[in-house]
Write a protein of this length. Structure first.
Length: 122
């Protein structure tokens, strides 16, 4: 499998088998989600691996995503008959995990702040 690199530390592995129009749409979807991820965390690296499994005349698309942020590492696998649906679902899962972790950290910080405040006597 050949690895294609996009700007911003994005690796697309196995996407070389796609038609040029499919590849352009996949890059656009990936770029859109990376922007959303950058708004919610400190993005470092994103690695997408595409495997296609032929069933008769159609293909089932399996996408594995590994994302590294300052907040942590996230990964997911999605399989779907539609390439773009699989890609969107996988990246949406990573984004949801990142947002959840960020909200969890904010709640934890607020809880610590409450505990640190001295209780004033009445």
């Amino acid at each position: 499998m050949e690895e294609a690199r996009l700007g911003g530390n994005i690796s697309l592995i196995g996407f070389d088998k796609l038609e040029p129009t499919e590849l352009a749409i996949a890059k656009k979807i990936t770029g859109t989600y990376v922007k959303k991820m950058q708004e919610n965390g400190v993005y470092k690296e994103l690695r997408l691996v595409l495997q296609q499994h032929q069933h008769g005349k159609t293909f089932k698309h399996e996408i594995n995503v590994q994302a590294i942020f300052e907040e942590g590492k996230f990964g997911t696998d999605v399989t779907d008959w539609n390439l773009f649906t699989a890609l969107s679902k996988a990246l949406e899962k990573i984004l949801a995990e990142l947002v959840h972790k960020k909200k969890k950290e904010i709640r934890k910080e607020k809880k610590i702040e409450k505990e640190e405040k001295p209780v004033e006597p009445i």
